[in-house]
Design a binder for this molecule. Structure first.
Ligand SMILES: [Ca+2]
Length: 332
């Protein structure tokens, strides 16, 4: 019997690619009922093409439906920035020629149904069983919950990459990229889901503290396989930034942020330390828009989530390394 029923919302992104590889390498132990895309690291068209490439890498285009979702955050502000400086203009390191090669025709593999409609439908088809893995801005998830406020009641759990614990930001001085990209969506998700289903957050600092050991990832990327060649090519530009962070002692390894959300879903023992608190995302502020607010001392506010969410503080490196290794090596 299939153990886990998963829907992935994503914006690939090099680390999204690692996360999706980890998940696909575990099929049929897990069932991926859909991948929905939203603008995030780069625009919707690019992240959707990238998703098709990643699924094609595993030869699973006939098994995993891919949906295009929201192309804008819920409230679009001027001067919103993307993450092309890190992920490449196309979101996958601008490595167009490595198999599966980038092509506009890959969009033919995308379902006609909108990603938000897919979330609404799949939450009914798999009521009480569906786990949401959220690797990008939360626009699609929030929109689905706004259209049908019963969506959170039908979801088993939500697992989110986003926010900071100590205000160590990667998008603003104190804000993390995914929440900064669509603060209203993140605010909405924390207002609507925790009272109905388990809601977990992996904050940015946790991913930095548990970077994948360089010798391990370099070894995995040196294998003569399509997966290794693909990941090595798309990671090449980002690796320059990561190597610099490692040299400065900021992180012990390669920070594949989204991969850790996948890890805690695939193996709950990957979490070694967490805390529970009510939370919110700031939707205003001169410097703090998009910042993750954690009510550490339970001070209370009507703007916080009405129930606690679980904030992941530390991870089991051995479990994470095992799952990333299988992403590169597991036979299907
Ligand atoms: Ca992502």
């Amino acid at each position: 019997m299939t153990e886990k029923i998963l829907l992935v919302d994503t914006d690939p992104g090099v680390d999204d690619c690692a996360a999706l590889m980890m998940l696909m390498s575990q099929v049929p132990k897990v069932k991926i009922v859909g991948i929905t895309c939203a603008a995030g690291n780069v625009g919707l068209r690019d992240v959707t093409i990238n998703t098709v490439r990643i699924v094609k890498l595993f030869d699973m285009l006939n098994e995993i439906p891919i949906f295009g979702g929201c192309s804008e955050p819920m409230v679009l502000l001027p001067k919103t920035k993307d993450a092309a400086f890190y992920h490449g203009r196309d979101g996958l390191g601008d490595a167009h020629d490595v198999f599966p090669e980038r092509s506009e025709s890959l969009l033919d593999h995308v379902q006609a149904e909108h990603g938000v409609d897919a979330i609404l439908r799949l939450s009914k088809e798999y009521a009480g069983r569906l786990q949401l893995i959220c690797l990008g801005a939360l626009t699609n998830i929030a929109m689905a919950a706004k259209i049908d406020t019963d969506v959170p009641k039908r979801i088993k759990s939500v697992h989110i990459l986003g926010g900071t614990i100590k205000g160590y930001g990667n998008a603003t001085p104190c804000g993390e990229y995914n929440f900064y990209t669509d603060p209203e969506a993140a605010y909405t998700v924390f207002r609507m889901f925790p009272q109905h289903c388990k809601t977990e957050v992996v904050p940015y600092e946790t991913t930095v503290a548990h970077g994948i050991r360089p010798d391990l990832l370099n070894k995995l990327m040196s294998v003569d396989s399509k997966r290794a060649q693909f990941f090595k090519a798309i990671f090449a530009a980002a690796k320059v930034y990561e190597d610099r962070k490692i040299d400065k002692g900021v992180s012990p390894g390669y920070c594949l942020c989204d991969a850790y959300v996948t890890a805690i879903v695939l193996n709950e023992n990957a979490v070694t330390k967490s805390k529970s608190a009510k939370v919110a995302v700031e939707i205003s502020g001169l410097l703090s828009r998009g910042s993750f607010i954690i009510d550490h001392k339970n001070k209370g506010s009507p703007f916080l989530s009405s129930e606690d969410v679980t904030i992941i503080e530390e991870l089991d490196d051995a479990i994470c390394e095992d799952l990333i290794t299988k992403a590169f090596t597991e036979k299907r």
